[in-house]
Design a protein around this ligand. Structure first.
Ligand code: ARG
Length: 514
């Protein structure tokens, strides 16, 4: 009660914009009434003009986000979309909220499997095929290796990886070739998804930098030897040990992640360091963070594992191709093809059909990945994600295009600081829209706090749903009173700008016609 009294007094004093008409403490509650007249104008104008001039600052510090981070020498599989899209959007949200974002693609480009790959390539590989087929050829030789795996192959593979860690020229030139090819192919997919990075530094970045970290761990926590391997015992915390070094002296995934975490702190002094990785790796990150904590690195609590659930796919044709994984690129292609078909049926005369089909097809896949809380599993169905009336990207894009067409039909041009009076926007739906617009920045803060792109997806769906009701129920263009028409169009314009902004944070395109 005391607090609510204080809050209401300070609200009274600070409401110099007269946005709040009346405040009253009521027991432990604060009741306040908005001056709708002021509120409408402020929200509509603000939500337009802010978008036009917002250049985000970096005033809240640096956030490091590790996302996508696929293993090289294998094509990007469909399920890889989760980390790439979720991480990328979380990065965009932080940027919008005035953080500097370091976007790291921590490629899985080091480890014993590359000894196997070199062995496989020496036995079954073909340079010409590699040039033609790229990663797919690497996958083929790797699969063949596993089919024929035996002690001899494995010991050759082990040697190759030891050579890599020792800096051998020939081993490294193989490795570099495989890595370059992989990065080139990955880039093609990232580009289509609008996913970008500031730093491409994979596990190999920490080759040669782990020894000093292992020494440091030994000094601070003490390591143990177990059957010739070097480990950190975490049994006191009910966790299996962290393996730092194998019997043959080579290092492991966890070793490199610990080295990377420390290195990122030294370089970026982050306020948060996020790892956007599936929930199967929960234990791995618990162990890594626990090790940092035991090393008394007090920033360990700034490191977070941002988990997500599994991705299933319902496409009989695509998922039954035995032994083969579903490639992300194939899914994108098919989605674009389906979008193109829909355009051909519904709007065959549309200009730039291919470009718009790409925007819809790829948008549908991105949105399909964030249309639930990230921790939930997702089942992809074509009917769901491409449904123009469902909770999908095409629905949002279509609503945006509809708003664009209203504005262009009416020949509306927004002028700065228009007077937009509540008197001209009397309906409940209009109030709903203004309220939604006013909550946009809060939603982005919530999305950031929870590392949850779904919050933004849900917000834009709500906005579109109310807007579509408005569009069907009320006249917007055919209005005699010019002032009222202008106010309504200004509202439509700010809704349109807001939808576009949401899509842009998701790196989904917003075509003006569909
Ligand atoms: N390359 C790993 C994988 O494909 C994911 C890496 C995630 N990031 C990390 N810092 N461990 O499973």
């Amino acid at each position: 009660q005391d607090l609510s009294e204080k809050i209401s007094i300070s609200l009274k004093d600070n409401s110099n914009a007269k946005l709040i008409e009346y405040v009253k403490a009521f027991g432990p509650y604060v009741n306040f009434f908005l001056n709708k007249e002021k509120f409408y104008g402020l929200i509509i104008n603000n939500s337009i003009s802010k978008k036009q001039k917002k250049t985000p600052s970096k005033k809240h510090g640096t956030v490091v986000i590790d996302y996508s981070s696929p293993n090289i020498a294998k094509p990007i599989a469909f399920h890889h979309i989760r980390s790439a899209v979720i991480g990328n959007i979380i990065g965009n949200i932080f940027e919008h909220n005035d953080y500097e974002v370091i976007r790291i693609n921590y490629l899985g480009d080091w480890g014993t499997q590359f000894g196997k790959l070199i062995t496989a390539f020496e036995n079954y590989g073909d340079d010409k095929k590699l040039e033609r087929e790229g990663i797919k050829h690497l996958l083929d030789v790797y699969v063949q290796y596993h089919r024929e795996e035996n002690d001899e192959l494995n010991s050759t593979a082990k040697k190759w990886f030891q050579l890599m860690e020792a800096g051998d020229k020939k081993a490294l030139s193989y490795w570099k070739k495989f890595r370059d090819i992989s990065i080139k192919e990955f880039d093609r997919v990232y580009k289509r998804l609008g996913v970008s990075f500031t730093n491409i530094e994979g596990e190999s970045f920490y080759n040669g930098k782990t020894e000093s970290v292992i020494k440091d761990i030994d000094k601070k926590i003490g390591t143990k030897e177990s059957e010739g391997a070097v480990i950190v015992d975490l049994s006191a915390f009910d966790m299996p040990p962290v393996l730092l070094k194998k019997t043959d002296g080579t290092t492991l995934y966890a070793t490199r992640d610990i080295a990377a975490a420390i290195d990122r702190w030294n370089r970026f002094a982050f306020v948060e360091s996020l790892y956007v990785v599936g929930n199967q790796q929960e234990l791995h990150f618990k162990q890594v963070f626990k090790t940092l904590e035991l090393m008394k690195l007090d920033w360990f609590s700034r490191c977070k594992h941002v988990q997500f659930g599994l991705l299933h796919f319902e496409d009989a044709k695509m998922s039954t191709r035995e032994g083969r994984m579903i490639f992300l690129e194939d899914v994108l292609d098919k989605s674009v093809e389906l979008a193109k078909k829909a355009i051909d049926e519904k709007n065959p005369d549309l200009k730039n059909k291919d470009e718009i089909a790409e925007a819809i097809g790829v948008g549908a896949i991105i949105f399909g990945d964030i249309c639930k809380k990230r921790i939930q599993d997702i089942t992809f169905k074509w009917e769901d994600i491409l449904n123009f009336d469902g909770e999908t990207a095409p629905y949002v894009q279509y609503t945006h295009a509809r708003a664009c067409s209203i504005l262009s039909k009416a020949g509306f041009a927004y002028e700065k600081d228009m007077t937009i009076s509540k008197e001209y926007l009397p309906s409940d739906l209009e109030f709903e829209l203004v309220k939604l617009l006013s909550s946009f920045e809060d939603k982005l803060i919530e999305a950031q706090r929870e590392y949850e792109p779904f919050v933004l997806a849900r917000y834009v769906l709500d906005l579109c749903q109310v807007f579509n009701r408005y569009y069907y129920q009320e006249k917007i263009i055919d209005i005699k009173d010019e002032k009222q028409k202008e106010a309504k169009l200004a509202l439509v314009y700010s809704v349109k700008e807001n939808i576009k902004e949401c899509l842009s944070i998701m790196d989904i395109k917003a075509p003006e016609r569909m």
